[in-house]
Design a binder for this molecule. Structure first.
Ligand SMILES: C[S@@+](CC[C@H](N)C(=O)[O-])C[C@H]1O[C@@H](n2cnc3c(N)ncnc32)[C@H](O)[C@@H]1O
Length: 276
């Protein structure tokens, strides 16, 4: 399955960090230890060492905490777990330890969903919401909307609530889902720190990666009004594999989207009845 090893790999790239870092640079130049922090993070294999050093230095309350945080990051612990926040769609999001770290690749799905929500009604549900990143973006972009987040993990639910995503049942215009979709056999290809720290529950999608997403398709068919939209993140060639399940559940043929490398990133499917 081409492109599979790149799934879930894009997390805090220098570009994604830029907005956060831009207002912290002045702080970092005043801290003489900044260059040392960068060197240590680079030696530990951090791709965005300079940006991460700025964030750690800006967020650490004192030098003792800074040292402890650098050590945690050197071990590969996700930066947002350490400093407690990250940027998603240009906004600050709280991320609690143990909760899946939203990937910048999911911002495309969140933005598409916000556009569709604004044009198609005002009720959305974000399945597998994790920290509530997508739900929080929808609420921020369409403030009049009712947006519900759903997750099986108590830590995620607590974190999503803190990010402003309420959790309760209704009928919806939009369903979003960045669910676990990595095929079990491909989990070993994920970056070592992802395998070591992040919950398998957030990653493992079963044999072909679509176990939970097939159930989400069925659930979305019940949750959505006719003409409502399901948006879900996918990789490899999972859009083709999911086609029959979408058709059986009453969705029109889906539209997939791809990143700049041509890799599949997600699909949007409309519940039948929207254009009649
Ligand atoms: C890949 S993470 C995505 C989180 C969030 N949507 C994001 O993009 O940051 C998948 C999430 O699905 C949740 N999850 C796994 N199985 C679930 C299930 N059966 N029902 C609801 N949520 C589930 C996990 O707890 C995890 O938070």
């Amino acid at each position: 399955m081409p492109g599979v090893a790149r799934w879930l790999t894009s997390r805090l790239t220098p570009a994604a960090l830029h907005d956060t870092v831009s207002h912290t640079v002045a702080v970092s130049i005043l801290r003489p230890a900044a260059a040392i922090v960068v060197d240590r993070l680079m030696a530990a294999g951090c791709v965005a060492a300079a940006a991460e050093a700025d964030l750690l230095i800006a967020a650490a309350p004192d030098d003792k905490s800074l040292e402890a945080w650098i050590r945690r990051r050197e071990q590969g612990e996700p930066l947002p777990w350490i400093i407690g926040t990250m940027q998603f769609c240009g906004r600050s999001l709280r991320i609690d330890p143990g909760v899946y770290v939203p990937r910048c690749q999911s911002e495309g799905l969140a933005r598409r969903a916000a556009t569709l929500l604004a044009a198609n009604g005002h009720r959305a549900v974000d399945l597998c919401t994790g920290s509530g990143a997508i739900a929080a973006h929808l609420i921020a972009e369409v403030p009049a909307a009712t947006v519900i987040g759903v997750d099986i993990d108590k830590r995620a639910v607590q974190c999503a609530r803190r990010n402003g995503a309420p959790l309760r049942p209704e009928v919806f215009d939009i369903v979003t889902a960045v669910a676990p979709y990595v095929p079990t056999g491909q989990l070993r290809l994920l970056p070592a720190d992802v395998q070591r720290y992040e919950p398998r529950l957030a990653l493992d999608g079963g044999e072909d990666g679509l176990d939970l997403i097939r159930r989400i398709v069925v659930a979305a068919a019940h949750l959505l009004r006719p003409g409502g939209w399901l948006l879900t993140e996918l990789g490899g060639e999972q859009d083709r594999a999911l086609g029959p399940a979408l058709a059986v559940s009453g969705f029109d043929p889906a539209t997939s989207w791809f990143d700049e490398d041509g890799d599949l990133r997600g699909l949007a499917a409309q519940a039948t009845g929207g254009r009649g």
